[in-house]
Structure formats: structure tokens, C-alpha cells
Design a protein around this ligand. Structure first.
Ligand SMILES: [Cu+2]
Length: 238
């Protein structure tokens, strides 16, 4: 049975093969009459499961387990989807950042498994008493490749180019994380219920991109009106 999301019809969804490789310049300005994009990402299908079978360092990494490839909560809401506006020329300033973001490795899992950062520095941390060799990629191109042999090792890394970065560990083949380096501050990650909000958007027409690890990226048009909230229900599928 198919559930419909009340409030609005589903917008057309165009599957994307790859993220745009070009870097779109962004200028921070004061925004007057900004609107809000509020939505919910839903997944109706059966949830695929990935078998994780640690083959080494089992005393730290644990035993075999199943991990869902889509985190589906109440009402089919999808947690940890990345939502952003593409190619925004100008708008609100970036939020203040007190500390660089962190990608931790604990019990041979990346934490967080998905995050959005801005271009610049973040820190890779090893919280395990075993070697992790943390290897990030833009597509097939290496973005960083670092050995963190000891518990407590902390290495700053710069990602200067917007785009999606896949992070693996060369020592533990099952470890996987995703970092989206945002090109502008109009982004969000969905909460447990699949909801997201992007605020203070200059009125106009935009392309909203929704990415999830298993389903990939889809984009859809969205119009923002002055001081109004635009509701965008999104259904993702493989
Ligand atoms: Cu590792």
C-alpha cells in the first residue's frame, strides 16, 4: 500500500548519476525577506541490509552483524539524508563554527557515518587501540590517505573542494563514511523522522538535491517565496 504525504503532490524527481564537478562560487550577503524550505524525506521500499563481517581486530571491531542501508523511522521518514541547494550564487552567511568537525573511528566504525561540512579543515580521530588507515575519495580520486596507528591519534585534514567524499579504511574493508563538502550554507541533514529545514533562503527558484547513501542523489525544482515556508515532500527510491 502506498502512503501519500498530505499537503502537497510529489514533485518530479530526476535521478542523478554524479555530482557536478564544477565549483560554484558563493557570496555571503544580507538576506531580506528570506523564505524557508521544509520537507520530509521518505522511503517506501524494503530496506536492504549489508552484512558486516569483521575479519581482523575482532576484539575491538566486534562480530558479524547486519546494517540497514537506509535508516527508516516512523512514517517511512529517512534519517541522515543530505539535502542542499545547488548553485546558489549568494545568500546568508555561513554559521559560526567553534571547532572543526570530527570524523571519529570507534569500534571500527566511522562516527558520524554521514556528515556535511564546509570546505576547510576537519579532524580525523582514532579512538581504537588498532591501526586505521583512513582513505577519502572524491569519486575515484584520493582526497586524503592517512595512517592512524594509535588510540587518540588526531590528524587535521583539509578538504578544499565542494563535493561528495567517500571515506574508507584500508585496514578494515567494511568501514565506510560519507562527507558532503557544501558549496553554500543552504544544506541540512534529515532527522530521525526524515524532516529537514533550510532557512533564510533568498526568494527565487532553486534546485534542491537530496542524497542518501543507498538511493544516491535526486534533484527537484523548488520555488521560495518571501517570508514563506515552502513544503517539499521527497520520496527516494533505488
Ligand atoms: Cu580501520
Amino acid at each position: 500500500m502506498k502512503k501519500t504525504i498530505p499537503g502537497a503532490a510529489l514533485l518530479p524527481i530526476v535521478p542523478l548519476v554524479l555530482f557536478s564537478a564544477c565549483v560554484f562560487p558563493y557570496e555571503a550577503v544580507s538576506v531580506s525577506g528570506g523564505g524557508t524550505i521544509a520537507g520530509k524525506v521518505a522511503y517506501q521500499g524494503s530496506v536492504p541490509v549489508k552484512k558486516i563481517i569483521p575479519t581482523k581486530d575482532k576484539e575491538v571491531c566486534g562480530g558479524a552483524r547486519d546494517e540497514p542501508q537506509v535508516l527508516v523511522g516512523a512514517d517511512k521518514g529517512v534519517q541522515d539524508a543530505v539535502v542542499y541547494l545547488k548553485e546558489v550564487p549568494k545568500g546568508k552567511a555561513w554559521a559560526k563554527q567553534e571547532k572543526p568537525p570530527v570524523l571519529d573511528q570507534a569500534q571500527c566504525k566511522f562516527e558520524p557515518a554521514v556528515q556535511v561540512i564546509r570546505a576547510g579543515n576537519f579532524e580525523i580521530v582514532n579512538s581504537d587501540p588498532v591501526l586505521h588507515n583512513t582513505h577519502g575519495f572524491y569519486g575515484r580520486r584520493t582526497a586524503f590517505n592517512l595512517a592512524l596507528p594509535n588510540k587518540g591519534t588526531r590528524i587535521p585534514v583539509e578538504l578544499s573542494r565542494p563535493g561528495l567524499v567517500r571515506v574508507e579504511c584500508d585496514a578494515h574493508g567494511w568501514m565506510l563514511a560519507w562527507m558532503y563538502v557544501a558549496e553554500n550554507p543552504y544544506y541540512a541533514m534529515t532527522g530521525k523522522d526524515g524532516a529537514f529545514t533550510i532557512s533564510n533562503v533568498p526568494p527565487g527558484d532553486y534546485t534542491l538535491v537530496v542524497w542518501q547513501e543507498y538511493t544516491g542523489a535526486v534533484e527537484m525544482p523548488v520555488s521560495v517565496k518571501p517570508k514563506e515556508a515552502t513544503s517539499v515532500p521527497v520520496e527516494i527510491k533505488k
